[in-house]
Design a protein around this ligand. Sequence first.
Ligand code: NOJ
Length: 542
Amino acid sequence: MNHASLEPKPFQPAHYKWWERGIIYQIYPRSFVDTNADGVGDLLGIRSRLDYLQWLGVDAIWISPIFTSPMADFGYDISNYTDIDPVFGTLDEFDALIADAHGRGLKVILDYVPNHTSDRHPWFVESRSSRNSAKREWYIWRDPAPDGGPPNNWLSNFGGRAWEWDEKTGQYYYHAFLKEQPDLNWRNLEVQKAMLDVLRFWLDRGVDGFRVDVMHHIVKDPEFRDNPVNLEWRPGMPPYRELLTTYTSDLPEVQDIVQKMRSALDEYDERMMVGEIYLPVERLIAYYGASGKGAHLPFNFQLIGLPWKARDIANAIERYEALLPSYAWPNWVLGNHDKPRIATRVGAAQARVAAMLLLTLRGTPTMYYGDEIGMHNVPIPGEQVQDPYEKNVPGLGLGRDPERTPMQWSGEEHAGFTTGRPWLPPAEDFESVNVAVERKSPNSILNLYHRLIQLRRAEPALSVGDSAPLPAEEDLMAYVRKAHERSLLIVLNLGARARNFNMADLKCRGSILLSTHVDRGPEEIVDELELRGDEGVVIELL
Ligand code: NOJ
């Protein structure tokens, strides 16, 4: 790992920013807690569970979009950036939530969706009203190709063409996602001003940061060239991937916009942005910006995309660390509202190992609601499908409803999420997999998460310390985290077979602090560490 490039900072959490030393917890608000029995979660619901989040020990909550929206893409289609959708509550309720969260030392991160608005946003309504509209240039309008068809071959992420014909004004508009989500034209200075003011609106209200939706998509090729064909595409893969995104994402000009967002944040104290960016790591790190004046954290999704194999993951960690510029702080993510849940991808036993990995790696961890109780993907019967992606491109398993089901609070009806009819069905196993039951069970995954978080908070070696990989074989991964003179060894078994890890070369003894099985006490290890299948341990080196 490239430690030489790390600017020396004392390994004391107080010297680090909250978003460096802390843990982020993502809430998908529709599915967290419903207090008014409409079947959809709300702000009062989130507020009512701050006790739980505090007990869990996270430092910040990121709430997916809560703004006024026709909900074509469940809030990622915004028709008013500076108000709360009535399904979630009111601005007053938001202010109360933020005050309550801050009172408990919890930070609040909102979603910022700059790439597109809803087609019902007054800006778009005006833009599409006439070719001479003052807001025509706020969106991306083009004449048809000579044959009358779309201006070029660009595809929508959600299936089909990215161009929608507008009969009244005789032009096409561009939408990287649904046709109900027209893309803003960020080359237009008025758009820039209006959208940067959106950041200021929420910053003035006390918001601590933003998760920036599809940050790399914001600017498009000014010549509207066709995207090249992706030769690796095969049937069964998302149709969107039939083309490379050469001219629709990660253009150099995106960096200028990111810098402007950063400057708006820098008008305030200690605010941050984390960019949603699905790019190869060597491109991802560009989003930290020149001299670190870009995104504070470009989301690192490698643990979501990689095969769950010890060598692949260990290599990816080393590579990422080696590529990080000196000013860049790492981060890691196991799941989100767009990807299958970790427990479904790796199984219940490995989900515990994944928790230990996430919470012992160097870099800010982001957790996804419900992963801490081991929630898995819930199969959604056809007639109950909500996600427009699944509706547009059915049958390929691309739909995102399965990872968005109601949080399982208790064994009561609808998992204690609502007293109404939930917008998506809770998992069938909610009577045993829920917060109430797991809090009482010392060996539950929830108590493992709780213990891991407490350990991370208590040990500067874990929250802000240095990190070095150790050689390990087969299904094992091992690394040491260190702050001052204190060293912690983490050994993870990513397979189901028992394995031994040789500690003799380390020339020190160890004592187990925590096992993923939560059943091993302080136990002295001299030469050989015996790990059961699917077990990970944190060891204090003596
Ligand atoms: C990424 C978001 O995470 C996803 O849920 C959404 O559908 C698209 N961006 C469009 O905003």
